[in-house]
Design a protein around this ligand. Structure first.
Ligand code: DGJ
Length: 729
């Protein structure tokens, strides 16, 4: 008997309890799946009255079979379809062999699964133990066109998250064409929400924007082939009275790395429909007779504890149930990446000298970035030629890895597998592996083309190159991806399947990553896409950390990291100390500020340590030791945002240890002026009755004082940081 999913079979009602939330689904008199509620947890009881469609106008079309009098367009539906009376954004559109797109989905059956069910070929949150989760599978179908849709809802004992996806099955004798197959729809009964989205650019990702919902369609999308620098696939709807620590907030994330859409459609009746899934402009899928199409997973959170409450649910979901492998709950090795220190200008001696210097600082992993392969000395050649550049690395990857290991460091290397340079042996041998429309012009991005990742031969070639390099002694791979899609086509697939290429590219990428994960469980993979252009939950399933941005300036990072923290665990966000003046902004800030900002994520350095001053070397030694001592708190602790760098003009955040006995609060100024005002920091997440000691300042507080009265921040000067280390007595 299921505990989290309660089913009233006779009345066809489904109550899903997930963490502190409830989600209610009913079947109406026309056999449609009706969305009744998602929000704060409700006791069991009679909720039949929640089929409460608002009065609607006579212009709406109504399917009045059996005397039914409500239009689809005014109902809150679980999986609305295109082609009937519902004229809002919909989840499903199918073109049938007779040219029609009319489909009517009626409830058929349900099934409850222990734990999670997974999604073939796609990332999905998983339960570590079956008892952590339950999954409801609802089947709706249109027998007249032989289509079944299976809707999956995973609920969690201890997480206020609902994970949803859909599977569309063609039981007919002919193929049909899916024109749109979204992952989930959430129909909310009101419109008075603030929508938090994010917008960005290269070196400026995930900057938070807020607006009140307005009538019509608003939201985010990518048609770029990746989840993108421009808009990350998450949307938040919060009540106007909600803030970081209280109030009702909905969060939606698509665990997918390709072109997507996440839209809010506010209708004439004051209701809000949130839709999310693969971008339908970049998608068409020929579903052959007997085949099933699975959508990516959507993750929905409701929190009545404000934005921090919502973020903490996402953090736990992604850290504990999406990331995999031995590093997921472990402090990652402190790394040094050569990119900003050397760019393309290095050879074996340079790297060995860096390794010696890094080892002396206490760094644990040395990563050789771009430029080690083919004839690569700039960004215009050799992608695809994944063999060592002999002029630079005379003893190959193997010899270099041995030398780095001999210094006591792990060894990591950069790849950009999905790309091919026109100037490469691979392109000369296999021009047909390029993603393009045959006979049409091909656009370059950063002087490179994309490989057709939908092809098995391409995946196999890349697997062999990467596996060979790993076997030469590689402990870590940085997996980069530096351009957007332009002309999308495959020279292998037939004309009618060209609309599938965009999604097949991602399926091919996921399949390659799955194979590498399985065969090399000890290798740490880090995802990157020209900085944070593919920082998404899908990639976290295969690579437990992502390079947040190519902008390493500590002040610029405050906003980028704030925006990242809305959804993603900080342990998955790489953040490095780089040199000043900063290479991207030209700004100079103190070592301490750079350190305190980089501590927020998976920590490392992005510089040439042989060029550091003696003072910086000594600071770095201490920094690394301190970071290591905070390892568990930074990875598994609870993260709170205290201030928003954009709106408040300063940043503040906190980590609370897993046993809640220690808190580390960081305050960072952005543009401090001598006449103030100086903020009062109210510290969330503490126990009001407990006593906390700040040993450094010799102060003792009661939790309630820190939480409600707060402390007047110390003044670190312009672009400075202050850290408060609080220990519970
Ligand atoms: C973009 C990445 O974000 C950088 O860190 C670096 O790896 C370069 N690519 C190398 O080409």
């Amino acid at each position: 008997m299921s505990n989290l999913i309660k089913i009233d079979e006779e009345n066809r009602r489904f109550k899903l309890d997930s963490g502190d939330t409830s989600y209610l689904i009913m079947v109406n008199d026309q056999d449609m799946l009706y969305h009744a509620y998602f929000g704060r947890k409700l006791p069991d009881g009679d909720y039949s009255y929640l089929i409460d469609t608002p009065p609607h106008s006579s212009i709406e079309a109504i399917d009045d079979r059996n005397g039914f009098w409500i239009s689809d367009n005014a109902m809150r539906l679980e999986y609305p379809v295109f082609g009937r009376a519902d004229k809002k954004e919909t989840a499903l559109e199918i073109k049938f062999p007779d040219g029609s797109n009319v489909i009517t989905l009626a409830y058929k059956s349900y099934k409850v699964h222990e734990g999670t069910v997974g999604i073939k070929g796609l990332p999905a949150a998983y339960a570590n133990e079956k008892s952590e989760a339950e999954t409801l599978e609802l089947v709706v179908a249109d027998d007249s066109v032989s289509i079944e849709v299976h809707l999956f809802y995973t609920v969690w004992r201890d997480l206020s998250v609902i994970c949803r996806h859909a599977e569309i099955v063609n039981n007919g004798k002919n193929s049909v064409v899916l024109k749109r197959a979204l992952s989930a729809v959430l129909d909310l009964p009101e419109r008075d929400y603030i929508m938090t989205t994010n917008c960005g650019a290269w070196a400026s990702e995930r900057r938070i924007e807020r607006h009140e919902l307005f009538s019509g369609v608003q939201g985010l999308y990518s048609k770029r082939g990746n989840s993108s620098h421009i808009h990350n696939p998450f949307v938040v709807l919060q009540r106007k009275t909600a803030d970081e620590n209280q109030g009702d907030v909905y969060g939606a994330v698509l665990a997918y790395s390709g072109s997507y859409e996440m839209l809010a459609d506010v209708d004439a009746y004051g209701m809000t429909r949130l839709t999310m899934g693969i971008n339908h402009d970049c998608f068409e899928w020929v579903l052959e007779a007997g085949e099933t199409f699975a959508t990516p997973e959507a993750n929905l959170v409701f929190s009545h504890n404000g934005l921090n409450g919502m973020s903490q649910e996402f953090h736990k979901l992604y850290r504990d149930h999406m990331c995999r492998g031995k590093y997921k709950n472990q402090r990652r090795p402190v790394l040094l990446n050569t990119w900003e220190g050397c760019y393309f200008n290095f050879n074996e001696d340079t790297i060995v000298n860096i390794a010696k210097s890094a080892a002396d600082l206490g760094i644990e992993l040395l990563v050789v970035d771009d430029g080690w392969f083919g004839h690569r000395n700039g960004d215009n050649s050799s992608l695809g030629d994944w063999y060592p550049n002999e002029e630079k690395l005379p003893s190959g990857v193997k010899g270099l890895a041995e030398k780095v290991h001999a210094e006591g460091l792990k060894f990591g290397i950069w790849f950009e597998p999905e790309m091919i340079s026109r100037e490469s042996d691979l392109y000369r041998a296999h021009p047909e592996w390029t993603l393009c429309a045959k006979g049409r012009p091909i656009s370059q991005g950063r002087n490179q083309y994309l490989l057709d990742m939908s092809r098995k031969d391409v995946q196999d070639y890349l697997y062999d190159c990467i596996a060979k390099t790993i076997s030469d002694g590689v402990d870590y791979i940085k997996w980069d991806y530096n351009r957007n899609f332009a002309e999308v086509g495959s020279q292998l697939l037939p004309p009618e399947k060209q609309g599938e290429v965009s999604h097949r590219f991602i399926l091919g990428l996921y399949s390659l990553l799955e194979r590498l994960n399985k065969d090399f469980p000890d290798v740490l993979f880090e995802s990157c896409s020209g900085g944070g252009g593919r920082f998404d939950a899908g990639m976290l399933y295969y690579m437990p950390q992502t390079w947040a941005s190519d902008d390493t300036d500590a002040i610029k990072r405050l906003e980028i990291q704030y925006g990242t923290s809305i959804v993603y665990p900080l342990s998955c966000m790489s953040a490095h100390i780089s040199v000043c003046p900063n290479h991207q902004t030209g700004r100079t800030v103190s070592y301490k500020t750079r350190q305190d900002v980089a501590y927020t994520g998976s920590f490392g350095f992005e510089l040439d340590p042989t060029k550091m001053s003696e003072e910086e070397r000594n600071l770095s030694k201490a920094t690394i030791q301190e970071y290591i001592s905070y390892g568990d708190m930074f990875v598994n602790g609870t993260y709170y945002r205290i201030a928003n760098p954009k709106d408040d003009g300063y940043a503040a955040w906190m980590f609370l240890s897993t046993d809640e006995s220690e808190a580390r609060v960081t305050y960072a100024t952005i543009d401090h002026s001598i006449e103030g005002p100086v903020p009062r920091l109210r510290i969330p997440g503490l126990l009001p009755e407990a006593t906390y000691v700040d040993e450094e300042r010799g102060r003792t507080y009661t939790g309630a004082y820190l939480m409600y009265a707060g402390i007047l921040a110390d003044i670190p000067g312009d672009r400075g940081t202050v850290v408060y280390k609080l220990k519970r007595k």
